[in-house]
Design a protein around this ligand. Structure first.
Ligand code: ZN
Length: 316
């Protein structure tokens, strides 16, 4: 038990266990300019799958000319060795991506689809209107469910858009409801360019839980662009969220502007949660070993704080 227990006022209301999806091999790698050799991706995914993490997003079936880094999606899926009980997910942008993913059906447990809640961001990102994206994803989700895959839909710019500014929560939740009705068992809300603040996050998820109901898992995907990623996690926990996405080594995650950091680091998230008495099932030293290994492979210091400082040592 740590010293703060006596002064915390709301910990009894926080979830005691949270689920974490490690998205580094997709969200992180896709932002790396140098191609990472397929065998090293396979090695890192195998190591991550043995940290106790229950969900791994391993690659994406996008056009190779758009994201050359993930052109080896099929080879990665066929090469990885993942223990039973670890759910393997891939990102698919459209039906063509789903078709490519289904060629490796036996290796996949879930798919993730994505769109933006901001009309301008969606057009710039996938060259479609929100309505066109919804219509397309409804088909993808329906077909994926028929194939027996679990489905997550991630809504980017859920907390603000660099082009449009404020994104009304009602609009985000209306998109979420459409995706839920189309078959998404989980909806992730992404703070794509790190614009969310903790007060906004707590209000947003309180509304989301009230309006979307128990039938869908709600997941928070925060970026640390302005250093508020973990503060936003605590705010989401206070609203009742118990599912998060993060990236080992603090890799990737749409760094806008260039040079900015993206996803929150998995090891920082796990360290904070464990110190708060919240279980993740993840072995922090094993996760740190993965982050050290990817740092060595990429040959540059990564942004993760716990990677630099090490785990908290009480009494040291
Ligand atoms: Zn991200």
């Amino acid at each position: 038990m740590t010293y703060w227990t006596a002064v915390a006022t709301s910990e009894s209301e926080l979830p005691s266990v949270v689920r974490i999806r490690e998205v580094g091999p997709r969200d992180g790698f896709q932002n790396e300019p140098e191609i990472i050799p397929t065998e090293l991706k396979i090695e890192l995914i195998g190591a991550l799958a043995r940290t106790g993490v229950q969900r791994l997003e391993v690659t994406s079936f996008v056009r190779a000319d758009v994201i050359p880094q993930l052109a080896d999606a099929g080879e990665v899926l066929e090469g990885i060795d993942v223990p039973d009980g670890v759910s393997v997910g891939v990102l698919v942008p459209n039906e063509r991506g789903l078709d490519a993913a289904l060629e490796h059906r036996s290796k996949i447990d879930e798919i993730n689809v994505f769109m933006s809640a901001s009309e301008t961001h969606n057009r710039k990102n996938v060259n479609r209107s929100i309505e066109e994206s919804l219509a397309g994803l409804e088909v993808v989700l329906g077909r994926a469910r028929e194939a027996g895959l679990r489905c997550e839909a991630v809504i980017s710019t859920s907390f603000g858009c660099p082009y449009e500014g404020n994104v009304p929560p009602d609009r985000v939740l209306a998109v979420a409801a459409r995706l839920r009705d189309a078959g998404a068992q989980e909806v992730g809300f992404g703070d794509t360019t790190g614009m969310a603040n903790p007060i906004q996050v707590r209000r947003f998820f309180a509304d989301a839980i009230a309006s979307l109901g128990d039938g869908v898992e709600l997941t928070a995907h925060f970026h640390n662009t302005r250093g508020q990623g973990l503060a936003n996690v605590v705010a989401a926990l206070e609203a009742g969220v118990d599912s998060f996405e993060s990236s080992f080594g603090e890799l990737g995650g749409c760094p806008v502007p260039p040079g900015a950091t993206g996803n929150i680091a998995s090891e920082d998230l796990v360290s904070m949660l464990h110190e708060m008495g919240i279980e993740t099932g993840i072995d922090l030293p094993a996760l740190l070993a993965c982050a050290r290994r990817v740092q060595e492979i990429l040959g540059r210091p990564l942004g993760s704080h716990t990677l630099v400082a090490g785990p908290v040592e009480w009494g040291a």
